[in-house]
Design a protein around this ligand. Structure first.
Ligand SMILES: [Zn+2]
Ligand SMILES: [Zn+2]
Length: 455
């Protein structure tokens, strides 16, 4: 197989969902479904395809610069693309099915896979399993806060230590106030272009907010003294942010306001928020809300999220206002707020914290000889009734190959029933790692294993 071909195959295989992780997926789905329902979010399932043409206005506006759609064709019709975002597809469905005629807001809970390339120059296919929430017909701060609250509860409910979570928020302006901030920022960076790194020099012209999060030491210094978005917000956006933060305070959900936090390659406007799994302990500066508007503690001194520190944190979901995106798809104003939880990243974070994985030690039942084989079947039933799960390979007769399989399965204990044990109703319990073993009566096996597993 050529190298390219095998790489392509690996990408597809990397998108498979394997049995080992299904337990946590199921747990998350259950928690997500029940909490979403409790808060009045109705489940919606959209197909993995969308019309490319319908998303073209978003693409042209640069709203999909970080999720380049995978275009595909059906016969002669090449106007399809794979779904790039659950939020956008739910929003599209809201528009397609004229849900704006229903009492507002309409609350939708979605889940499914999305596919995209990260940049136009990179042909690597990225796939992701998402679940999320969309509230359409309302953009107010309470909508954003409600979504944050539900996500917080879901994460707490599946066993994430909420102390390990970081909620980063910012107001990024709207069509009427963002352009003036952008020009001020561009002018600031342009006048310092000679001392910026190459990519920031380029960004200063078209996407100046990108230079705010550059990890380059020189750029970091300049990024400290840039014009602040909070000084440019229109009254409406200020009100949104203040309201959002007040709700979060009320809900006692810790957050930090990071005025350098932007997602200019995605479709968000007005408010943005992001949950990430903490990489290590660090101080969280309190956000300060004053009467004249909103001022955030600039996080630069504590180093939060500026470059290297944030690299090891895992972003597990992002959300924000989607009114502008809806407007571009729909051609008229639809207020909306949405959030996407990146399930695979969440699971990766949980595994790093050792919350997922081999929670249950594996027990492997092996046999030697025909009588032992027959008795093994009965013993398996007894173990199952005693709520002890065992793996086996009864179809194999060689004890050597069975023990090899036990090792491969990373079993903690191997149960060995030989001819002698089969006759006198005993069994050998061997600790696979150390090889230490003892013979006990089958009658006492369940209690013995339960005691061992407790340790
Ligand atoms: Zn505004
Ligand atoms: Zn830079």
């Amino acid at each position: 197989m050529s190298k390219q071909k095998s790489q392509e195959k690996d990408i597809i295989a990397s998108l498979d969902r394997l049995p080992a992780r299904e337990e946590i997926y199921a747990k998350l789905q259950k928690k997500f479904g029940s909490l979403a329902e409790y808060y009045g979010f109705e489940p919606i399932f959209t197909p993995p395809f969308e019309r490319y043409r319908q998303f073209l206005p978003l693409i042209k506006a640069g709203f999909l610069d970080e999720r380049i759609p995978v275009q595909c064709r059906c016969g002669l019709d090449n106007d399809y693309m794979l779904r790039v975002s659950g939020i956008l597809s739910a929003l599209r469905a809201y528009i397609s099915h004229k849900m704006s005629d229903r009492p507002q807001p309409v609350k939708l809970a979605f889940e499914g896979e999305v596919f995209f390339a990260e940049s136009r120059r990179d042909a690597t296919l990225h796939g992701r399993y998402e679940c999320g929430l969309l509230m359409a017909g309302e953009e107010g701060p309470v909508a954003a806060a409600e979504i944050v609250q539900i996500i917080w509860k879901i994460l707490d409910g599946i066993g994430v230590d909420v102390g390990d979570l970081e909620l980063r928020v910012n107001a990024i302006g709207c069509v009427s106030c963002y352009p003036s901030f952008r020009s001020a920022l561009a002018a600031y960076f342009r006048s310092r272009a000679a001392r910026l790194c190459r990519s920031c020099r380029k960004a200063a012209k078209s996407r100046p907010v990108r230079a705010l999060s550059c990890a380059d030491e020189k750029c970091k210094i300049f990024a400290k003294h840039t014009p602040q978005v909070l000084d440019f917000l229109c009254d409406q956006c200020k009100k949104q942010l203040r309201g959002f933060l007040e709700f979060l305070d009320e809900l006692k959900i810790p957050y930090y306001l990071d005025p350098r936090f932007f997602r200019d390659g995605l479709w968000f406007n007005t408010l943005i928020f992001e949950f990430s799994g903490k990489a290590k302990e660090k101080p969280i500066p309190a956000a300060v809300v004053d009467d004249n508007g909103v001022k955030g503690d600039v996080a630069s001194e504590s180093g939060i999220l500026s470059g290297a520190d944030h690299e090891t944190a895992i972003i597990i979901g992002e959300g924000g206002g989607c009114t502008r995106a809806a407007e571009l798809i729909f051609g008229k104003r639809v207020e909306a707020v949405g959030f996407e939880l990146y399930v695979d990243r969440l699971i990766a974070f949980l595994s790093r914290r050792r919350l997922v994985g081999a929670q249950k030690p594996i027990i492997y039942l092996t046999h030697l000889g025909d009588l032992a084989k027959r008795k093994s079947l009965a013993l398996m039933e007894t173990l199952r009734n005693g709520e002890i799960e065992v793996k086996e390979s009864l179809s194999r007769d060689s004890i050597k190959s069975q023990l090899k399989l036990a090792e491969k399965a990373e079993a903690k204990f191997a149960l060995i029933m030989g001819q002698k044990e089969a006759l006198d109703d005993t069994i050998i319990v061997r600790e696979v790692g150390s090889g230490i073993q003892e013979t006990i009566s089958q009658e006492k096996l369940i209690d013995f294993l339960k005691a061992k597993l407790k340790k």
